[in-house]
Design a protein around this ligand. Structure first.
Ligand code: ADP
Ligand code: MG
Ligand code: MG
Length: 258
């Protein structure tokens, strides 16, 4: 069993010139373990993407207080690739394109980065796994040899990130608004992929604006973020309540001034 713990996390975003900073996360606390799926919901601009980028170690964010622990070890000084090697995975709201690298090359490199240097994944094993996962996701074979995300539609990019998830098999996957821009069929396929990962060696933090996704990927725990903090934690019924009453209802209930 693995644990991911976010303790009193305060994060500033740094603007493009590295001049001004603005505090976005104001003391986030959250703890999860493999075998669990947690959802984070919250209004736009509340810091959900800032949290996911900070967990993964993307640049442009500065931790001013608090810590992020993977199996009790602080990861905040580790570069992105080291965090990935240790089993973290981030599917982003806006997936990047990488020129000149095909999907297959990327996947093989990402898988091998998590294996001992002298034990790369055997070619046939890789191909069989790729075939199996692409079939599960209803992806055409041609996608494998295309350059990473280049010319992909929004939906195809999301689907491709789920393919990465299934191939890399991380311990913890942070999925930041993987539902945005997906039609209902694509949403079902993406959910099927994530659900196929469920098990005692996999945990996921699913960030979403809407409850809809959580009808397909039913979380064990739901957190609501507002004003840069987790303001409420509950079961799946919390998501339904939010859908019915909106964030304003919760703001009133908690007496929040944010
Ligand atoms: P969410 O994902 O909940 O919609 P974000 O984490 O994307 O929220 O953004 C939180 C706040 O931080 C917003 O007010 C946004 O404008 C601001 N922000 C995020 N990234 C940057 C950045 N690179 N530079 C300046 N402001 C940013
Ligand atoms: Mg947003
Ligand atoms: Mg966001």
């Amino acid at each position: 069993m693995s644990t991911l713990e976010i303790k009193n996390l305060h994060v500033n975003v740094i603007d493009n010139e590295g001049q001004a900073e603005k505090e976005i996360l104001k003391g986030v606390n959250l703890k999860m373990q493999t075998g669990e799926i947690h959802a984070i919901m919250g209004p736009n601009g509340t810091g959900k993407s800032t949290l996911s980028q900070t967990i993964m170690g993307q640049t442009g964010y500065r931790i001013t207080q608090g810590d992020i622990l993977l199996d009790g070890v602080s990861i905040v000084d580790m570069p992105v690739d080291e965090r990935a090697r240790r089993g973290l995975f981030l599917a982003m709201q806006y997936p990047v394109e990488i020129q000149g690298v095909t999907n297959t090359e990327f996947l093989r490199a990402a898988i091998n980065a998590r294996r001992p240097e002298d034990d790369p994944i055997p070619v046939m094993e890789f191909i069989n796994k790729l075939d199996e996962k692409m079939e599960l996701l209803d992806m055409p074979e041609s996608v494998a040899d295309r350059y990473l995300n280049e010319g992909f539609s929004g939906g195809e990019k999301k689907q491709n990130e789920i393919l990465q998830l299934l191939m890399i098999e991380p311990q913890f996957a942070i999925l930041d608004e993987i539902d945005s821009g997906l039609d209902i069929d694509a949403l079902k396929v993406v959910s099927k992929g994530v659900n196929s990962m469920r098990g005692e060696n996999f945990g996921s933090l699913i960030i979403t604006h809407y409850q809809r996704l959580l009808n397909y990927i039913v979380p064990d725990t739901v957190h609501v973020m507002m004003g840069g903090k987790v303001v409420k934690t509950g079961g799946p019924d919390l998501a339904e309540k939010l859908e019915a009453e909106g964030y304003a209802g919760l703001r009133d209930e908690l007496g929040l001034d944010i």
